[in-house]
Each structure stands twice: as C-alpha cells, then as structure tokens.
Design a protein around this ligand. Structure first.
Ligand code: F6P
Length: 536
C-alpha cells in the first residue's frame, strides 16, 4: 500500500519506512469500491437491518453523546474506514503531538495545546511554565473581578475590550458567549477584530477610559489589523486621559507569544501575559488568550473548561477506535469528503449561546486542513478539508435549510444540542430541541408526494451531538472533540494541520498595495480597482 520512500526519513514524512499516501492504500481503494456499491443505499434500511443500530453507532462520554447512526455508513464501510485510520500515521502523530514533538514541520515546532489542560504533563519545564502562566492569568482575572485591578484614575475596571483577530478573537468570543450563564454581569466585554475603523470608533465613543481595560491579544504581535486597532485605542486613551505614557497605565494588557514585541511597544512586564509559540492561534483558547473568558467566568470555572478538554484528550488517547469519538467523527467526514464527493459540512448548534461556534469551527477546520501539500511536499491527489459553515437553529431553518432538504448537493450536517438549559424556559427549550430533532428526522426520512415540488427525497445524513448542559466542562469537551477530529483528518490526509501559509500572500499584497499602489506589475483588474477606490 505504500510507495517506496524517495525522501530523507524525517518524522511524519514516512510511516512504517514507506512514503505514506492515503489514496495509495488498500483501504482507500476498497472504500472507493464501497462508495460505488452503496452510494444509493437508504440509510433507513440500515436501521431495519440492525435493531441496535443507534447503540452501535453512538458514543456516550461523560455528558457528551454523539449519535452518528443517521449516516450512510454500514459495518463494512466503518470497518474499512477504521482500517484507513489504522494504516495511516494517525496514532504515531497523535502520540507525537501529545509528547510535544515538533510535528508542525513547516514552522519547526510542537503543537502542544493539550499540555495547557494537562496538570500532570510529562515534562517538568513545560508543566512548570503552564502552571505559572495559568496562575498569572487567574491572578489578573481575580483582581479584575474583585475590583482590585484599578484603572488610571483609581477606578475599578468595568469594560474589557479584547483587540485581536482569528484565533485571538474567535475562541474567547465564542467561549464567552457560550458561557454567558456564568459570566460576571458587572463587567461588559467587547471584541474588536476587523481593521474596519467603524466598530472601534463607535465603541470608543461609548467608553470611559479610566474603567476600560484593553487586552491586546496577538500571538505574533505583528498582525496588521490588531496593531492598527491597538494603536488607535492607545491614541484615544492618551487623548482622553492626557497621560504621557498611556501604555504604562494598568488599562492595557498584552497577551502574546512574542513577549519582546509587547515590551518594545511599551507595555510593562507586569502587564504582559505570555504563552508559548507551540500554541497555535486557533488552538489558543486554553492559554492566556482565554483571559477575557477567565475574567468573565472566574478562574475556577476556567479550570473546569480545561478539565473538560482534558477529559476528551484522555479519551482520544485511550479509547479503542470504534468508541473513539474524534476518530469516528473524522472518519465520517472523510467518507463523505473523499468517497461521496461532499464538499462542505454544515454545523448547526441549537443553542443561541453557541452562535459563534460555527465561525470558530470554520477557522479551526479550514485553516488547519485547507491544504494541498502533503508532509512530503507533494501535492495531494485527493481532496482535503471541507468548507465548514453554519449558524444556529432555528434561524438557519428559515434561511438555508431549503437547500439541505431539496437541493441537489450532499451536505452532511452536525446538529449540536443542549439537553438541559437553565437559561431558557421549559416551553422554549422543548420547542428548540424538538425543532432540532425534527430537522434531522426530516432530512433522514424525507416524504413522498404526488407534487414534485413537495417531495422530500430524504436520505440526507447528519450527526447529532448532545451536551447534558452548556457548562464550562462540557464546552471544553466539545471544543477538544472538534480539535482532535480535525487533527485526525489531517493525519490521515498526510498534511500539516498546524501551519497556515495560505494566508500570507494576501497579507503581503495588502502591504504592497498600501506602500506602492503604482506598482506596474499588478494585474489590470486590480490596477483599475485601485484607481476606482482612490487608493492609487
Ligand atoms: O493570519 C492568520 C492568523 O495567523 C491566524 O492563524 C491567527 O489566529 C490570526 O492570524 C491572528 O494572529 P495573531 O494572534 O498572531 O495576531
């Protein structure tokens, strides 16, 4: 199943001494055949053939339950998908990731976000550092929550503005919204990400500088949007307070893996919260990037978030393949993506507080696995990461569900629901959950009708994930589940899920357009648009 290695043996480039190519494997070829054979099967028939199908195709783990019985997958398909995983470098890469090996081969570093939630991490230096950073974050959060972190005029902090983008915004914003039930209501939180000046200008117009804390969140501390927004906030603060060195005021905190860059900007040492470069931006919620969440829900609950993720880490490491949630979800995705030509995955949380989850998962999945280059540096001859999209139900039902029910494309759906929600009312919550279950049932069963336009073909696959409650612990589990699912798919596709070189070219051209708009090497369309937008 492996072609001969043509490359120097570097970790991750080879597997079992052969260059690994998933599409050149017996399991892959078998799955191609099975796709031809079974693609027109009815999922409902699988239930008739196996009265225990729901049990056989679901996993229940400590308050997180996943039902994947509504998929076009039978035992034979599942067995070959598992073979695909078992003959891939998945386990080697998983163990290497957890051990802190340098698995991000293009940036030459580890991807060790799991250490941030493992109090017993097996490397003293890393464990000590993680404990120290978590303690510093907890201390800052405690001081702010108890009114002991005072702004420039001696006022307690009331407004917290996180300035950051990508992983430095999406993850804390998503988690803070999800955990609103536990948030301190005396504090208000704001997220500024886009370089569009309007949101910041409007927000600043409403803020009192003394009681506002700006958290400049950037792993690199070079991101154009974040640095421009930070500088605008600094200038505003200086103008409002008339103090000569605004960054020395306790109204600014930097969170970064580039400690020196924050120091150079003028942020005092005591106001810099660091994390390590082995924490990827989209995996950084668990680090100091989670500060706004920690301030909102308090350190104890932030620890519960970490504990939930750690529980999922343990499960991923030790559960046998058939009971392994992230591996099973990854294999389902691969089945549709690589063998049944699905191009996207819809994620529909039935909980309004999970409103930013689809955005977060979009970055997690598409920035991790939107790759065409394998670990050996060749181009893949198979598709990799899907287009991930979605929004909360029931809203989505009144927008794009038409296409899911009667459109021509195959779109697997992840439904995510919360069984018990103290924040809602019984009537609303029952209706919400019933709506979710009705959608997955309608997609599966469909309905015949004499009128063609009223026919529902059905046989549309979905996974339903249920959390007992939307607590920090269960949110931690859910997020780690998706992190590891994405990781498993990347390992099977033989790509590096931890870099993001694809975003660099656009950044460089932006700089070029701003610095040298008369550049003659630009394409004619862009030149004309520069003129029309007065940028030339
Ligand atoms: O440009 C992509 C990216 O690097 C993301 O991976 C990252 O989450 C985001 O930009 C923000 O980066 P930083 O935290 O370094 O400002």
């Amino acid at each position: 199943m492996f072609s001969e290695p043509g490359l120097y043996l570097v970790y991750g480039y080879v597997h079992m001494n052969k260059v690994y190519n998933p599409s050149d494997s017996d399991a892959w070829r078998a799955l191609q055949k099975l796709a031809m054979e079974y693609r027109n099967d009815y999922i409902l028939d699988y239930f008739d053939g196996d009265s225990e199908r729901v049990d056989h195709y679901s996993i229940d783990l400590d308050g997180l339950y996943a039902d994947f019985s509504k998929h076009l997958i039978n035992d034979e398909i599942r067995s070959h998908l598992q073979q695909l995983a078992e003959h891939s470098p998945l386990y080697e890469r998983r163990d290497a990731m957890f051990a802190g090996e340098s698995i991000n081969n293009t940036e030459h570093r580890a991807a060790l976000h799991t250490a941030l939630r493992d109090p017993d991490f097996d490397n003293e230096d890393v464990a000590t550092l993680v404990v120290k950073q978590l303690q510093q974050m907890s201390d800052v959060a405690d001081k702010i929550r108890t009114g002991r972190w005072l702004g420039v005029n001696g006022d307690p902090i009331k407004h917290i503005v996180n300035i950051g983008i990508g992983g430095s915004e999406l993850s804390p914003k998503m988690a803070l919204e999800a955990l609103r039930e536990f948030a301190d209501t005396e504090l208000s939180f704001h997220f500024i990400s886009n370089v569009d000046g309007e949101p910041l200008k409007t927000l600043l117009g409403r803020l009192d500088p003394g009681s506002t804390l700006f958290i400049i969140s950037s792993k690199s501390f070079t991101t154009k949007e974040t640095m421009l927004n930070a500088n605008t906030a600094i200038a505003w603060f200086e103008q409002q307070t008339d103090i000569a060195e605004p960054l020395g005021a306790p109204n600014f905190i930097a969170i970064t893996a580039s400690h020196d860059a924050a120091l150079n900007l003028g942020i005092p040492e005591s106001q810099i919260l660091s994390f390590s470069d082995w924490v990827g931006g989209r995996y950084s919620l668990w680090s100091a990037i989670g500060l706004s969440v920690c301030i909102a829900i308090g350190p104890t609950r932030f620890h519960e978030l970490l504990a939930g993720a750690e529980q999922l880490d343990e499960h991923f490491m030790h559960a046998p393949i058939q009971e392994n949630l992230p591996i099973q979800l990854a294999l389902i995705g691969i089945w549709y993506n690589n063998f049944l030509n699905a191009e996207s995955l819809a994620v529909i949380p039935y909980c309004e507080r999970l409103t930013f989850l689809p955005d977060f998962l979009q970055q997690l999945d598409m920035e991790s696995n939107g790759k065409q280059t394998t670990l050996t540096g060749s181009l893949t001859d198979y598709d990799t990461g899907p287009i991930v999209w979605g929004q909360t139900g029931t809203n989505g039902q009144h927008a794009f569900f038409q296409l899911l029910h009667q459109g021509t494309r195959l779109v697997p759906v992840d439904f995510i629901g919360v069984i018990s929600d103290a924040m809602s009312t019984d009537t609303h919550h029952r209706t919400l959950l019933a709506s979710m279950l009705a959608q997955s049932a309608a997609l599966l069963t469909g309905e015949d009708n004499e009128q063609p336009h009223q026919q529902y073909p059905g046989n549309k696959p979905s996974t339903t994930i249920l959390l007992n409650t939307l607590t920090p612990y269960h949110l931690g589990m859910l997020l780690a589940l998706y992190e590891h699912k994405v990781f498993c798919q990347g390992a099977i596709w033989n790509i590096n899920s931890f870099d993001q070189w694809g975003v660099e070219l656009g950044k460089r051209i932006t700089t070029e357009l701003l610095n040298n708009p008369k550049n003659q090497t630009l394409d004619p369309s862009t030149k004309a648009l520069l003129k029309r937008t007065n940028l030339d």
